[in-house]
Write a protein that binds this ligand. Structure first.
Ligand code: PGA
Length: 250
């Protein structure tokens, strides 16, 4: 099974248009991957969630019908006076399947390793899944500190029965830059992560994220150990996202 995740971030997406563009691509291809070959997940805000989840329920398209919906963040707290935050209890109540945690755009805004762990705990308590993001900045890469940096991110998170549902390796310098990481860099991250998983007996798909597009998806997905991709910009357009999905086969 391969995984393809859309991260819409705070972008405005016209969901009617997105659905139509997506379905046009799916219907025009005889060999579009089946839902047991590629798992599609869209990460959106809660307002879009209510609109999208209704569309999924009402759609007659089998592929569109199987899209899973996640949010992009969750509160580290259980309940209480935390203005503007959304708890895992609330996500559970509305029917969201899980959330991204540890995205670099949130880490830049103050999410420490410990906060990311707490968010993982809150999701776990509600039986919700997580897409755990890790990745080094340029300075760390250039100073040859990538391995200890990634290991620290993994170690702080994978404890007390918490482990990633899906692990996304997203080097910060590749996010939104239009310049994906080269295969050597992705492979070295995969081997650091796989060694760690083996030691901890964790079985979890590894995804790559950072400037994935319809032009580089085939190359990235062919890297050994990569089970899928997390897509930002190129997921805002239903056609682009479906084309990327069409190029992934398990
Ligand atoms: P990008 O975003 O595909 O626009 O680089 C990826 C991400 O932030 O998850």
């Amino acid at each position: 099974m391969k995984y393809l995740i859309a991260n819409w971030k705070m972008n405005s997406v016209d969901i009617d248009v997105w659905e139509q563009e997506f379905i046009n691509v799916v219907s025009s291809q005889n060999n579009f991957p089946k839902s047991d070959e590629v798992k599609l997940i869209v990460c959106l805000n809660l307002y879009d969630y209510t609109v999208f989840s209704k569309k999924i329920k009402n759609s007659k398209n089998e592929i569109f019908n199987k899209i899973s919906l996640f949010t992009q963040d969750v509160s580290q707290y259980d309940d209480g006076a935390f203005t503007g935050q959304i708890s895992s209890k609330f996500l559970k109540k509305v029917g969201v399947e899980g959330s991204i945690i540890g995205h670099s755009e949130l880490r830049e805004n103050g999410d420490t390793e410990n906060i990311v762990f707490e968010k993982g705990l809150r999701l776990n308590e509600q039986g919700l899944s997580n897409i755990f993001c890790i990745g080094e900045g340029l300075e760390i890469l250039e100073n040859n500190k990538k391995k200890p940096f990634l290991l620290n991110q993994l170690q702080t998170f994978c404890k007390d029965n918490i482990s990633p549902g899906l692990l996304a390796y997203e080097p910060i310098w590749a996010i939104g830059s239009g310049k994906e990481a080269d295969s050597e860099n992705i492979s070295s991250a995969v081997s650091i992560i796989l060694d760690f998983f083996e030691e901890k007996k964790i079985d979890c798909p590894i995804l790559y994220g950072g400037s994935v597009s319809k032009s580089n998806i085939e190359e990235i997905i062919s890297i050994p150990g990569i089970d899928g991709c997390l897509v930002g910009n190129s997921s805002l357009d239903g056609e682009q996202f479906a084309i990327i999905a069409s190029k992934i086969k398990s």
